[in-house]
Design a protein around this ligand. Structure first.
Ligand code: GUN
Ligand code: ZN
Length: 438
């Protein structure tokens, strides 16, 4: 319910509010989160102006229209820190492993995004898919075409979404129609930053696809961009698949290892989002920890492409910053809930567990911290941007059946994590307005 008043656009919602203040240190870490069983949020001009017990709703809002989401949970919108804009129609392509999947399907499909009209149509559908799955912010790879990133940024701008993207830089080991040059990749990224970075709620990421598809000259150009624009995130892939690792080491024989390839070119920093990080050596994990680079866990992708098992507890124990993401279209689900579910299974196969409190922290505040935006998104704190979603733990018959025996918040979250998907997302609010409505 959005209403215009002299104080700006106001939206008021009521429901069970849940958000985190830090990573839960254990299953019983009640200090890590806030749960308000009958809570209210007042959003004004895109921000959370007030949050608290419904009974304390400020007097000037009593009697106003509001959206009643009880008994559902209202949580911060999910954040997907590794997803590919041009791969919505690559999901579920029948491939054995990463390089076959890239060469057979992905490098063909991404050529279509050279057509700006197609890219604009797909940008709409991409944002629709994100919001339907409860994802209100993502960090997305574009295709090699500058126009693909422009299309996505323009679409996010019309919806006032907080979104980060960049055109991928790739100047070798790909079809000619999908390659740039060291110079054009630099120039196009530079122009995107000048035109879009910091506009509305948008950012541009420096996006060398991975070391296998960039020459030394292009890696240098990407490093120059990182030096010239320390405000920009860097997104790429690292240590996903054994054949990929061997190929990278052959292309960069002077580097100590795959991670060192990025570090030599100035691409391993506290702004770097490194997708996958499955097969890292102790030395590489140490450098990740020291530089503050983020290891992005993509469980549905890692299982689908048979890439391997991400060792979250080791990564975390060694002090590496980390995040969790869908990696559409190597990943098989747009849903962060399904991603948490597969994450649980990946950890369980290694003798670990993924407690639902920790998992929900990760998909919200944890991912916001990983992309450096925890001051703006990822909580329901007053003053932050009003991106939140509504989750129904009884959304399907199977969920409702299981919920009949659920007694605790952690159990309810685990039902959402294990059985939930887009059907559990009953509403998404972007900058204080219900998505899909004007
Ligand atoms: N490595 C380089 N490009 C890609 C990609 O598009 N998806 C995945 N999963 N890995 C990659
Ligand atoms: Zn990826």
């Amino acid at each position: 319910m959005a209403s215009g008043t002299q104080g700006g656009t106001i939206t008021i919602v009521r429901g069970r509010l849940l958000w985190f203040h830090h990573e839960p240190l254990g299953a019983d870490d009640e200090a890590s989160f806030i749960l308000i069983e009958d809570g209210g949020l007042v959003c004004r001009n895109g921000r959370i102006a007030w949050v608290g017990d419904w009974s304390d709703l400020p007097a000037d809002h009593r009697g106003a229209d509001y959206a009643d989401h009880r008994p559902h949970l209202i949580v911060p919108g999910f954040i997907d820190p590794h997803i590919h804009f041009p791969q919505g129609q690559v999901v579920a392509s029948y491939a054995g492993s990463l390089l076959e999947w890239l060469n057979t399907y992905t490098f063909i499909e991404e050529q279509r995004y050279g057509d700006p009209r197609f890219a604009a149509t797909m940008a709409k559908r991409f944002c629709d898919m994100l919001l339907a799955h409860g994802t209100t912010t993502c960090v997305a790879f574009g295709s090699v075409h500058k126009g693909s990133a422009t299309a996505l940024l323009a679409e996010a701008a019309t919806r006032n979404m907080r979104l980060v993207t960049g055109k991928v830089m790739m100047d070798r080991n790909a079809p000619e129609a999908l390659t740039d040059t060291a110079q054009s990749g630099y120039d196009d990224t530079k122009a995107l930053i000048a035109d879009w970075h910091g506009e509305a709620r948008l950012e541009v990421a420096i996006s060398p696809r991975f070391a296998l598809t960039s020459t030394d000259a292009q890696m240098e150009a990407a490093g120059a961009l990182a030096r010239e624009h320390p405000e920009c995130l860097i997104q790429t892939h690292l240590s996903e698949n054994h054949s990929e690792i061997e190929a990278v080491e052959a292309l960069f024989p002077d580097a100590a290892d795959y991670t060192d390839v990025y570090e030599r070119f100035g691409l391993l920093t506290g702004k770097s989002l490194m997708g996958h990080c499955i097969h890292l050596s102790a030395r590489e994990i140490g450098r990740m920890a020291e530089t503050g680079a983020v290891a992005v866990f993509c469980p549905t992708s890692n299982l689908f492409l048979g890439s391997g098992l991400f060792d979250l507890d080791r990564i975390k124990g060694d002090g590496v910053r980390h995040a969790i993401a869908t990696d559409i279209g190597g990943g098989t689900s747009w849903s962060l809930l399904k991603t948490l579910d597969e994450g649980y299974k990946v950890l369980n196969l290694q003798g670990h567990r993924y407690h639902p409190m920790r998992a929900f922290w990760q998909a919200t505040l944890g991912n916001a911290e990983a992309i450096g935006m925890a001051d703006r998104i990822g909580t329901l704190d007053a003053g932050t941007e009003a991106d939140f979603i509504v989750l129904d733990a009884r959304a399907t018959e199977a969920m409702a059946l299981r919920m009949e025996t659920v007694e605790t918040l952690a159990e309810e979250l685990f039902v959402l994590q294990t059985l939930g998907d887009d059907r559990a997302v009953t509403a998404a609010y972007v900058a204080g307005r219900p998505a899909g409505r004007d």
